[in-house]
Structure formats: structure tokens, C-alpha cells
Design a protein around this ligand. Structure first.
Ligand SMILES: Nc1ncnc2c1ncn2[C@@H]1O[C@H](COP(=O)(O)OP(=O)(O)O)[C@@H](O)[C@H]1O
Ligand SMILES: [Mg+2]
Length: 250
């Protein structure tokens, strides 16, 4: 049995007497990548805000390593949907920000975060500004900044949705590799079915109003030695896609 890192138990949220998400129970195990897949407006970001402790649910609980963390922020690395780098700060200053917020001295924070620049493919960008980097590089810098919050559980809210298809594919391969290296468990929001099938170990489909988990799908595809283009044209992939569409289009 895999070790459960993160769990939500019967989480419900309402805004102004309108239920947005209802009875959300999900699990994220160690080193797993799990996608929450749903159309826009279904309540995905709301769910993440609850898990990150930024929003108190009306019902339910959030547990990290078996400990109740409902309403407590700062326990999980969270990359917001519009997590932009500050344009007037250099990449190293942007990435060091979480450590500085936690109270580290600027010099120490920079030294610590510099260690990861190579691993995140950002070597040489330390003193550049975000506008000088490509879209993919900016997202890697934002991911490194998220990682510097130093939890081994990450919430990523549509991190690659603004990238072009080719860059997105490259980022998928890159992220799956780095996740293994840094031993990260990831809960990942997307509205992109292909992306969900390509990167996930499991997928939760969120649908309806209020948003509920209507289906859990385990993705068991042999992805070794195949590139994303090959995978996304395989029979197996198309079968997963058909099944997901059946649930999403109702
Ligand atoms: N603070 C808020 N107050 C009232 N309604 C909100 C608030 N935040 C989100 N909503 C509403 O909740 C629903 C779900 O939003 P959101 O969680 O952002 O969806 P998603 O991320 O799936 O696109 C939307 O209808 C949105 O308008
Ligand atoms: Mg959202």
C-alpha cells in the first residue's frame, strides 16, 4: 500500500449560499502525480485554495501526512493559476522570495536557491529579468519558486496552460523527470484531457454544479521509451480519451 501524503475528506464550499464544490474526497500518494480534470468554473481553483489552507471549507477536512491541516496555509507548495514572476526582480530574486518570506537573509536565500538552477534548466538566467526568458523557462522558474516553499507536496493550478503545444510537451517530460529527482508528489489541475492522460498516474474528473468527483481513472499506460506524440496517437490513449469525454460531456 502506497503512503498517503495528502487527503481531503468530504470537502464542500459555498459562496453566497451557492454550493460550489460538494463532498470532495481524494487522495494523493507519495511520488504520485494526480490530475483534477474539469471544465472552467467547476471549482478546481476553489478546491486548491481549500487544500492550501487559504480558504476554510464549509464542511470537510484536509490532511497532510495524516495531520489535520484544514485552514492552515504554508504547509504545501502552491503554484497559483496566475503565478507570475515579478517583472522588476531578477530570476534569482524571484526564486528566492519564499525563503526570504520565511525569514532567511537575502544572501543565504540566494545561495540556497542557486543550488537548484542547474537541475531546473535555469543556469545562466540568475541575473536576467523574466521578460528576457522564454515562456517555458519562465514556467520552470515559477516552478522552482514554488519548490522553494520546501514541501514535498505540490499543488499546480494549470501551470502549462499558456504554453504552445510543443513547449507544453517538453515541459511534461521535464516535469515528470524532475518530480522523480526531487521526490515530489503533485496534485495538478487541468482542463486539458490530453495533458491529464499524458502526465497522470490517476485522474479525478470534477463535474457538475456544485462540482463533484464523478469518476476516478487510473492511467496504466506503458510510457517508457515513447515520446508524447507517439503516446497521444496510440490506441490506448484514444480509449482513455473516449472514456473521459463520456464523463465530461453530459
Ligand atoms: N471568492 C468567490 N466568491 C464568490 N464566488 C466565487 C469566488 N471564487 C470563485 N467563485 C465562483 O466559484 C466557481 C468556481 O470557480 P473556480 O474555483 O475558480 O473554478 P475553476 O478553477 O474550475 O475554473 C465560479 O462560478 C466562480 O465564479
Ligand atoms: Mg481555476
Amino acid at each position: 500500500m502506497e503512503k498517503v501524503k495528502l487527503e481531503t475528506k468530504n470537502v464542500s464550499v459555498q459562496f453566497e449560499n451557492k454550493k460550489i464544490i460538494e463532498d470532495i474526497s481524494l487522495k494523493l500518494c507519495e511520488n504520485e502525480l494526480v490530475c483534477i480534470l474539469g471544465t472552467s468554473g467547476v471549482g478546481k481553483t476553489t478546491l486548491f485554495n481549500v487544500i492550501a489552507g487559504l480558504l476554510n471549507p464549509d464542511e470537510g477536512e484536509v490532511e497532510l501526512n495524516g495531520e489535520n491541516i484544514t485552514g492552515k496555509s504554508g504547509k504545501i507548495s502552491y503554484m497559483l493559476q496566475k503565478d507570475l514572476l515579478l517583472p522588476f526582480k531578477t530570476i534569482i530574486d524571484n526564486v528566492s522570495l519564499p525563503l526570504i518570506i520565511k525569514g532567511a537573509k537575502k544572501k543565504d536565500a540566494k545561495e540556497e536557491s542557486k543550488k537548484y538552477f542547474h537541475q531546473f534548466g535555469l543556469e545562466g538566467t540568475e541575473n536576467k529579468y523574466p521578460s528576457q526568458l522564454s515562456g517555458g523557462m519562465r514556467q520552470r522558474a515559477a516552478l522552482l519558486r514554488t519548490y522553494m516553499f520546501s514541501s514535498d507536496v505540490a499543488l499546480l493550478d494549470e501551470p502549462f496552460s499558456a504554453l504552445d503545444a510543443i513547449t507544453k510537451h517538453k515541459m511534461h517530460t521535464w516535469y515528470l523527470n524532475i518530480m522523480k529527482e526531487i521526490k515530489m508528489s503533485t496534485l495538478f489541475i487541468t482542463h486539458d484531457i490530453d495533458e491529464a492522460i499524458l502526465i497522470s498516474d490517476r485522474i479525478y474528473i470534477l463535474s457538475g454544479s456544485p462540482g463533484r468527483i464523478i469518476k476516478e481513472i487510473k492511467v496504466e499506460m506503458d510510457k517508457t521509451d515513447k515520446n508524447n506524440e507517439e503516446i497521444s496517437m496510440s490506441e490506448e490513449f484514444i480509449e482513455y480519451k473516449k472514456e473521459i469525454l463520456k464523463y465530461l460531456i453530459k
